[in-house]
Design a protein around this ligand. Sequence first.
Ligand code: SD4
Length: 305
Amino acid sequence: MRVLSTWDHGLPANLEALQRLQAGGSATDAVEAGCIQCERENGQRTVGLGGWPDRDGTVTLDAAVMQCDGRAGSVAFVRGVAHPIQLARMVMDRTPHVMLAGAGAERFAREQGMQVRERPLDAEQHAKWQAWLQEKRYAPAVNVENHDTISMIAMDASGRMAVASTTSGLAFKMHGRVGDSPIIGSGLFVDRGVGGAVCTGLGEAVLRTAGAHAIVEAMRAGMSPQHACEALIHRLIDRVPGSGDYQVGVLAMDFSGRTGAFSVQRGFTYALAERGQNAMHQAPAALGQDSTIEVAMRVRERPGT
Ligand code: SD4
């Protein structure tokens, strides 16, 4: 059993996911539980309804889940749903579709008995939005206080793998903007017999390279998860101008449990739970002279998990 998650908030999310796995849950149950934990967290500004709003002052959420058997569910541009990852799973389990967006996704949520209620911005969200309106300058931050979209990969006791992602997207995006996180093949991808990959950071850069799919296909062609992550980041830097000003971080896992992590710039942290340990690591980065996982640095550890 193994769980890999983006950013510092991956540590508690991994714990939640591990509990599911230890109770006999599937990889899908594990990534869903981990994402719910993060969506529930108070003060979380990049995941769930507490996230920073778009430039119209509306919080809109994206989430997706995919299993190694190819089944997937996704929701994009949803408002007022506390746990979009649950809704994404419902799309996978209860509809003939892979993706629902906007008002249709919200209607489906209501039909499934979920509460859909747009809540007013809290004082901090409102103040930040008002401050943004003063300048109206759109400049996504590089490593948002080590908290950002949560993207997860889990492998369960039966050797099944699942990936998931949930986010409020980039602060002050245009109304209607959808990032990479709910797009199967961009923000997340997993395939039986090969492995899984997830992304975080500037969604536009990931979308333009179909990031997670590219990583999984590189692993299919024989690359290790680490080298597949590095190959994608180097391709992205080559194809998407301005890499000095944006961050993309990627994680990968294969079915023998090998993992990979790499980012455009330093500062991308991730949590790995394996062999009874749940620990934070700093990913090596393309623009920081790091090149392989050997230099991945253990920065924090939480024993007894
Ligand atoms: C997006 N990729 O909406 C997300 C944001 C993110 O780390 O992951 N930030 O573009």
